[in-house]
Design a protein around this ligand. Structure first.
Ligand code: DOR
Ligand code: ZN
Ligand code: ZN
Length: 399
């Protein structure tokens, strides 16, 4: 099977570049000015074609919490948001903390229509399991604060051991826990991925403390919402880390410019409306469908360049988590592609969302710049008519 995507506008720093992309057996076979023959053609109509978005941080809730989301509904939401690969978090029920449970979750993930990889959970007593699986997972995910799933660890000896045996540790660490995580990384030499950095203080610390093995993520909700949205939306804008001040948000955008923030991860963490309406509600908001449109809207407003968006959402997640053959438009790489219409204006509407929870903290917001076609492994899985249930693949991690 060959597919030719014609009239692709490629992201470049200089003048516009237009090419055709030939896809053969799910891979990019050539990026060319020639008009090659193929079994099927798609006209990109001179819209931007970027590497498919890689979301390094989602909670798709399987097994155990499928009333909130599952790998199928979560993956459709991802595809609708231009995401072609997700890395799923281990705080499910049961949590993904043994090789056996990892295997079971991989089986469940086969219903995904976007590519997937899994983070493995650190527990108080699973060092041997971490060693068994470390080459086949995105990271060891460690909760250093309390959050959904009760996976927090605060024993310093255990924490150091977890770093010692892991390929890379992804942490939920807030405030002073950020410095503690950085210290374990520096002591053991194990790379560290700091999820959802949200405070100016954390950024000021990282400006000095970061080295080439320390990476930081920002979420769209911290970039586009503040504590005043929490006052309006209550539970529907409550997550961990919670929304911060305008000052913190400005620091986050500045940190993006400075290269202190390496990735955008959605922290897609759906909970049902009923759960969220309660006074005692769980933390987390969905984000897969709105992350890229929010960033593209920011590009249209001149707040960030499209080149940087591609670096944050495609190139860097692939590099940091050593995902093979993804994150770039390059011959031989997987044909995971997202076509953008930078002029499309659309309102985010709860009723149109594909996530099982059917709500978004961005409901009602009009955004300019949307993904219009999502291609996974050479197959169109989403376009303006809806989604196609074509199963995707597990990612491969390099060495
Ligand atoms: O708000 C959050 N929700 N923060 C987390 O760390 C976990 C997540 C979830 O799984 O609901
Ligand atoms: Zn977290
Ligand atoms: Zn999370």
């Amino acid at each position: 099977m060959t597919l030719l995507i014609k009239n692709c506008r490629l992201v470049s720093s200089g003048k516009d570049i237009f090419r055709n992309i030939l896809v053969k057996n799910g891979k990019i076979a050539s990026i060319t000015s020639k008009n090659l023959k193929a079994d099927k053609e798609i006209d990109a109509k001179k819209n931007y074609v970027i590497p498919g978005i890689i979301d390094p941080h989602v909670h798709f809730r399987e097994p155990g919490m499928t009333h909130k989301e599952d790998f199928f509904t979560g993956s459709v939401a991802a595809a609708a948001g231009g995401i072609t690969t997700i890395l799923d978090m281990p705080n499910t029920n049961p949590p993904t903390t043994t090789a056996e449970l990892l295997k079971e979750k991989k089986h469940l993930a086969r219903k995904s229509i976007v590519n997937y990889g899994l983070h493995f959970g650190a527990a108080i007593d699973n060092i041997k399991e971490i060693i068994k699986v470390r080459d086949k997972v995105a990271s060891t995910k460690l909760f250093m604060n309390l959050s959904t799933g009760k996976m927090m660890i605060d024993d310093r000896i255990k924490l150091e051991q977890i770093f010692e045996v892991s390929k890379i540790v992804a942490v939920h660490a807030e405030k002073e826990k950020v410095a503690e995580a950085v210290a374990y990384s520096k002591k053991t030499g194990t790379p560290l991925y700091l999820c959802h950095i949200s405070l100016k203080d954390e950024i000021d610390f990282l400006r000095k403390a970061k080295n080439r093995k320390i990476f930081a993520e920002a979420t769209p909700h911290h970039l586009f919402l503040t504590e005043s949205d929490f006052r309006k939306q209550k539970g529907f804008a409550d997550m961990k880390p919670n929304l911060k001040s305008k000052k913190d948000q400005d620091a986050l955008w500045k940190a993006i410019d400075e290269g202190i923030i390496d990735t955008i991860g959605t922290d897609h963490a759906p909970h049902t409306k009923e759960e969220k309406r309660k006074k005692e509600h769980p933390s987390g908001v969905p984000g897969c469908e709105t992350a890229l449109p929010l960033m593209l809207d920011a590009v249209n407003r001149g707040k960030i360049s499209l080149t940087r968006v591609v670096r944050l959402m495609c190139v860097n997640p692939a590099k940091i988590f050593r995902i093979k053959n993804k994150g770039r438009l390059k011959e031989g790489y997987d044909a995971d592609l997202t076509i953008l219409d930078m002029n499309k204006k659309k309102k985010v509407q709860n009723k149109e969302l594909f996530t099982k929870c059917k709500w978004s903290p961005f409901d009602g917001k009009i955004l300019k710049g949307w993904p219009v076609i999502t291609i996974v492994g050479g197959n169109v899985v989403f376009d303006e008519t809806g989604f196609y249930d074509i199963k995707a693949k597990e990612v491969v991690f390099d060495g």
